[in-house]
Ligand binder design. Sequence first.
Ligand code: GAR
Length: 205
Amino acid sequence: MNRNIAVLASGRGSNLEAIIKNIENGTCIANLVLVISDNPDARALQIAREHNIKAMYLDPGPKKTWLLPEYEENYVRVLKEHDVYLICLAGFMRIIKQPLLSAFPNRILNIHPSLLPAFPGLDAQRKALEYGVKFSGCTVHFVDETVDGGPIITQAVVPVLDDDTPETLAERILKEEHRIYTEAINLVLSGKYHITGRRVIRTEL
Ligand code: GAR
């Protein structure tokens, strides 16, 4: 079974770092073949290179929040060239469209710092605090044509404390992100699930 994954990241890369650590310690069954960034200065690229993982900047084109089809086509070409089975978005701050979605149907994952469907989009931790929820968390989901809206693979809950700031809440959520992304990757690579409607059902524990 092909366990090749690519991570797409725009910035700091702490989720990437956690995935790499979990691959190195045997917790994550993936084979990380490629890290791609739309930002040439992303720390994620540096982290990958420090671990001898191929890392490249790919031009995202002129749009700020998405890729024009010809730019996305280039992402598809590079991912296919590396025989990537599963794409993991880890702080990749662009909306995925065609042709990527049809080239990798139900084979693109995203992690988001809220309990979706609450607080999609940017600044999820600040939105959770401002709304006044008592619990928030993180979600790993399949990517579809909606923003942060595809079928949910797993979630983790964290409490919102009275003295939280967006930063302290983000930090608490991030710890859980680092744990559940590996769990979701392992599940998808093991193939032990099926998708019924919006529900991702485990077929074996
Ligand atoms: C993470 O908190 C991730 O959930 C979030 O960006 C951060 C990236 O951190 N993603 C989104 O908000 C996507 N909508 P990292 O670069 O340290 O992994």
